[in-house]
Design a protein around this ligand. Structure first.
Ligand code: FRU
Length: 470
């Protein structure tokens, strides 16, 4: 039982959370806002043995509004506790239009948020701003010298795009990348600083001639992340297409003399207009962890009626294998398992839980049929072994978006190793290191699962009920 003594904000958040207890769409082991709206993950920081995660938040309504920074804390990356809102858009005129996305760093013992200040409304100037936390990360004070960077007017930046600072320290020097659009093409700008307050512009992150060789990666890059992984460097960017915030891609390559030379580009998640704006950081165990926003795939009216919108993905661990980005859910999530069912002969399982986890290993083609607790069909997950393709086909198509969502597996993969989480309306699947996220809206709590394929080729099929994280 969470102790709410002397923490009115926590009591308030828990009261709001309890009000959604009967909503079958609301996940119980994914992070969601107490009420209102959630979009991007913002800073992640480890502080005194706890993980703090911030997120884009509109506490007033279940629709995007002038963004605040919501804040949650966890000891184990699995169970989370609400903290008071960290940033409110009230610094006239710098961030009166919103405290948009950014990151968090430990500046020699001073917890520091580096965020995008947006003037007026979403059409105002975008700048880089700072806020400093107290020792408990409860109260945040905005830097009176904000903004520390303004949108440059000499680089050919188009489309009001200069946002989502991502900052790291290397050999005692701070570096920052910012997502933008130059000459109508997504790019990232690289800066350097000694004190987080004065920044020197270095260059575009990817030499323009190299950038021009990738012509299908959108006019605007949001939420850029740049980091070393093993021997290589990875740049993750989210592609803001005109009709939808569609999906993030990862470039893998070499960082030489202050510029990045991508060799390959790949999808980060094979869902569409769902997993978006991911943020990664390296934890004290040396793991590169990543969260992303699972966008809703239902009309805005349904979101407003529900009273909440948006979920955070489960934390994923990143690695590279032969230049491919590999993702796995963090091991810590195993703590949530309650009941375990080894599905053998009958191939069917009925789970009363709001959330469940499934592991399945299959050698030949087949379908995993997914229905809600009352048997209303939700989706078919098809494994096409001949083409090494995994496809999720919703029974009720979401909005007007392209589907099924298909995830190509490594051509050499002889076995499908599926790891699936169904939690309220969220679907996250991991298959042979690839990830695919979606939203499906069950009419009733619980799930019924059935493998429709060659039984002999099914090597294992295990399902767990999961408990909640608050
Ligand atoms: C990505 C994004 C960011 C921006 C934020 C505003 O989803 O558009 O680029 O900072 O959302 O909420």
């Amino acid at each position: 039982m969470t102790n709410t003594k002397h923490k009115p904000w926590l009591e308030d958040a828990l009261t709001k959370r309890r009000a959604f207890a009967a909503d079958p769409h609301r996940p119980v082991c994914h992070l969601v806002p107490p009420a209102g709206w959630l979009n991007d993950p913002n800073g992640v920081i480890e502080w005194r043995g706890e993980y703090h995660l911030f997120y884009q938040h509109n506490p007033l309504e279940a629709r995007w509004g002038p963004p605040h920074w919501g804040h949650v804390v966890s000891r184990d990356l699995v169970h989370w506790c609400d903290r008071p809102v960290a940033l409110t858009p009230e610094m006239e005129p710098i961030d009166a239009g919103g405290c948009w996305s950014g990151c968090a760093v430990d500046d020699n013992g001073i917890p520091t948020l580096i965020y995008t200040g947006v003037e007026d409304d979403h059409l105002g100037e975008q700048t880089t701003c700072l806020a400093f936390g107290d020792d408990t990360l409860t109260h945040w004070r905005k830097f009176e010298g904000n903004p520390v960077l303004r949108t440059p007017d000499n680089l050919g930046i188009t489309r009001k795009s200069y946002r989502d600072p991502y900052v790291w320290k290397e050999n005692g020097v701070w570096y920052q990348v910012v997502g933008t659009s130059i000459g109508g093409r997504g790019q990232a700008l690289l800066y350097r600083s000694r004190d987080l307050r004065r920044w020197d512009y270095l260059d575009v992150l990817i030499p323009q001639a190299v950038r021009d060789t990738f012509d299908d990666v959108c006019h605007t890059w949001e939420c850029v992340n740049f980091f070393a992984l093993g021997e290589q460097h990875v740049l993750i960017v989210s592609l803001a297409a005109d009709e939808a915030l569609s999906y993030p891609v990862a470039f893998v390559g070499a960082f030489r003399e202050g510029q990045f030379y991508p060799e390959t580009m790949q999808r980060v998640d094979w869902g569409y207009a769902c997993f978006y704006a991911p943020l990664s950081f390296e934890d004290s165990r040396g793991r590169r962890l990543m969260w992303g926003w699972l966008q809703e795939q239902r009309p805005i009216d349904a979101q407003l009626e529900a009273g909440w919108s948006g979920a955070m993905s489960l934390p994923r661990v990143l690695s590279l294998e032969n230049g491919h980005l590999i993702q796995q859910p963090v091991m810590e999530l195993e703590q949530l398992r309650t009941s375990r069912t080894q599905v053998a002969a009958q191939q069917k399982v009925s789970m009363p839980h709001r959330a469940c986890e499934l592991k399945l290993s299959a050698r030949t083609s087949g379908d995993l049929y997914i229905a809600d607790g009352k048997g209303t069909p939700l989706a078919f997950l098809n494994f096409d072994a001949a083409n090494n393709l995994l496809s999720l086909r919703p029974v009720v198509p979401p909005l007007e978006r392209a589907y099924p969502w298909s995830c190509p597996l490594e051509a050499s993969a002889e076995t499908l190793e599926l790891h699936l989480y169904l939690d309220g309306s969220t679907v996250e699947l991991f298959a042979n290191g690839q990830a695919l996220s979606a939203r499906l809206y069950p009419a009733a709590t619980g799930f019924r699962l059935e493998w429709r394929g060659d039984l002999k080729a099914l090597r294992s099929f295990e399902v767990w009920g999961l408990e909640g994280i608050y």
